[in-house]
Each structure stands twice: as C-alpha cells, then as structure tokens.
Design a protein around this ligand. Structure first.
Ligand SMILES: Cc1cc2nc3c(=O)[nH]c(=O)nc-3n(C[C@H](O)[C@H](O)[C@H](O)COP(=O)(O)O)c2cc1C
Length: 342
C-alpha cells in the first residue's frame, strides 16, 4: 500500500477522499486553522472524524465512560461484545495483571441485544460518534440472527464481527482460527446485513494473511486485528492457575510487537481498510500502526490505566501532524520504509 504524493486526492482503502480546498472534516482543526490538517478516515463505509476508536470490551457500552471522556471527540465507539441472549460470562477470578499487560477470561459477559436496544442504544443515539456493535455467536445462525436484528436499528454505523468464539459444531474450536469456518460466518453475516462490516481477526493463527483474505472474500468491508492472544498465569504458592478459566486472553503493551507484525502482514494481503489493535497506550503507538498500514486504531487495555486515553490520543495525533508540517493523516498510513527502498 503506497501513497502517491503527486495527487492530492487519495484512493487508498480506508481514506476519506480529500483534496486540497475541500472543507476540512475535523471539527477541532477547523477551530485551530481551517485548512491545517485532516484526521478523517473511512473505515469500510464508516466515516470517522479521526482514526481513534475505543476497543470492544474495554469501554463498556459507552455510557459508563460518559462522565470521564468526551465521547463526541472519538472516531468511533465499539461496544462490548453482544449476543442474542444475555450471558453472565465466566466465574471469577477472570482478570489478572501480567508483565506488560493483562489476561482476561471474561467469557463474553453481555446484557443481550434486546436489553442493549432498550437500555443503552437511546443514549448512544444522541452522540455524533459512529457506534459499532461487536457481535459474537457460538453457531453461524446466531451470528446471522444478530446481524438481522441490528440491520434496521437507528444510529448504528456498523458491525464488528468477533470470530474468536468457540464454534460449537466444530467441537469448540474458534471460528477465527480456520479460514473455512471464518468464511462461513462472515458470509452469513454479509447475507443478513447491509451495514458496513468489520471482521475482527484472531491472532491465534499461524497465517494471518490467509485469514484476512478469507474474510474479505466472504464480504468483509474492513478487518480489525488483533484480538487477545491465548495465555495463562500460575500462582506458585497454591500451584493453581490465576484464572478460574485456567487460560485467558493476553492484551496490553506486551502484545504490541505481535500486533504490529500482523497488521503489517494483513495490510499487504487485502485491499480493504485494516484497523490496528494491540497494546496501544499513546499516540506514538497509534502512529506505529498507521505507519505499517492501518487506517485507524482501537484502544483497549489502556482505557483501564487511563480512561481518558482515547481522547488524549486524538489530541496528540492532531499535534503530531501540525508539528511535523503534515496536512493529512493519510500521509502516515502505509508509509513504512524498508531497506531504503522508498
Ligand atoms: C477485559 C477485556 C474484554 C474484552 N472483550 C472483548 C469483546 O467482548 N469482544 C471483542 O471482540 N474483543 C474483546 N476484547 C479484546 C479487545 O477489544 C482488544 O482486541 C484486545 O484487548 C487487544 O487490544 P489492547 O492490547 O489494546 O487491549 C476484550 C479485551 C479485554 C482486555
């Protein structure tokens, strides 16, 4: 993915087509200097004023953070994974701090789509920020049933399909670790919904490029990666696992190098926008993901350290552009230089 500096209008996937002289899409930049820079991106049909989203499962349903974060400032909010039915998730302990991150085995606790529509959606509809519903199921029909239910809801910008869930029919192996089952589930969602669809890839695979190609072939408008990496922690005093579920998903700064490598590989493998996730704690981390080809990023574990981090990263990206005499975030996306070739 390369940027053609000779043309002001860009056609690389994930870019809002923006040409010199067009109104700047970023409200903040309008206040500072009308034509100074552009932070807006198009993530597979979801138009965002900046490339910073809150990651699923680390930001509740948005409303819980509303007194701490200016939600209108964010590029997008991805709500906690939703299922057709409510679920209590796994028994505790289900989170543990690790070196450079955390393990979680929440087990996809959620209030269920109907309670979400009644109790959470009305507030989210008052925001100007794109709301993306993260969905999961244990069977293909559950994914498509959810996608159908969401299709006509007001105020939903898109769906993020979490394929890191156990496929009951395939003996509990996650949909997202096999290109065929991943294809099947994404195709079913595609056939049930016209909403922009981002598919969230599992890192627990040996070949992320094949997984990315498979979901794009099935109809994904964008891919996001990575979800958590399976890990475990042991208490030597008791010789017991620290999580009741024994294993859990590792997230936070510890996974950033793996996430960066996978995002870089995925960006080369597919023509749709790629969204980078994994250990992003600040704007510099976000810029690393944009450089390797992500058109936007999601912030997860960092929200537990600093609930205002998403908002701060938006501000810091804006400052980075002005301080470096850049006019458009697209000048950074995919700009990685390897072996002095570029
Ligand atoms: C406590 C917790 C709950 C999560 N719940 C979900 C979820 O419901 N759906 C999902 O797709 N990802 C979920 N994730 C994964 C995150 O969205 C993200 O992909 C992952 O944590 C890596 O990013 P990070 O290192 O910035 O946290 C969860 C992560 C954590 C830490």
């Amino acid at each position: 993915m390369r940027i053609d500096e000779s043309t002001a209008t860009r056609t690389i996937p994930g870019y809002v087509t923006w040409a010199k002289g067009m109104p700047n899409l970023n409200p903040k930049s309008e206040i500072r200097n009308p034509k100074s820079f552009n932070l807006a991106v198009d993530v597979g049909g979801i138009f965002m004023k900046n490339p910073v989203m809150a990651a699923s499962g680390t930001f509740g349903y948005g409303d819980e953070l509303s007194t701490l974060v200016d939600l209108k400032k964010l590029g997008g909010i991805i709500v906690k994974g939703l299922h057709l039915k409510p679920s209590a998730g796994n028994p505790p302990p289900r989170t543990v701090e690790t070196c450079g991150g955390m393990l979680n085995a929440i087990g996809l606790e959620n209030i269920g789509i109907e309670a979400f529509v009644q109790k959470k959606l009305p507030f989210l509809q008052t925001l100007e920020t794109p709301i993306i519903l993260n969905i999961y199921g244990n069977e293909v029909d559950e994914y498509s049933g959810l996608a159908e239910r969401i299709q006509d809801l007001e105020g939903i910008a898109g769906i993020e399909v979490n394929i890191s869930c156990p496929n009951i029919k395939a003996g509990g192996i996650a949909f997202g670790t096999n290109p065929k089952t991943a294809f099947e589930v994404v195709k079913a969602v595609r056939e049930s919904s016209r909403l922009p669809m981002m598919v969230k890839l599992s890192p627990n695979v040996s070949d992320i490029k094949t997984m990315a190609r498979s979901v794009v072939e099935a109809g994904a408008d964008a891919v996001s990666l990575i979800n958590t990496i399976t890990g475990m922690a042991v208490d030597v005093a008791t010789r017991r696992p620290k999580l009741a579920n024994v294993t859990g998903g590792l997230s936070g700064p510890a996974i950033k190098p793996i996430a960066l490598r996978m995002v870089w590989e995925a960006a080369q493998a597919v023509d749709v926008p790629v969204v980078g996730i994994g250990g992003i704690m600040n704007a510099t981390d976000a810029l690393e993901f944009l450089t390797v080809g992500a058109c936007a990023v999601q912030i997860g574990t960092a929200n537990f350290v600093n609930p205002r981090v998403t908002e701060e990263i938006v501000d810091d990206l804006a400052s980075y552009l002005t301080e470096n005499n850049l006019t458009d975030i697209t000048q950074i996306i995919g700009s990685l230089k390897i072996n002095n070739k570029q």
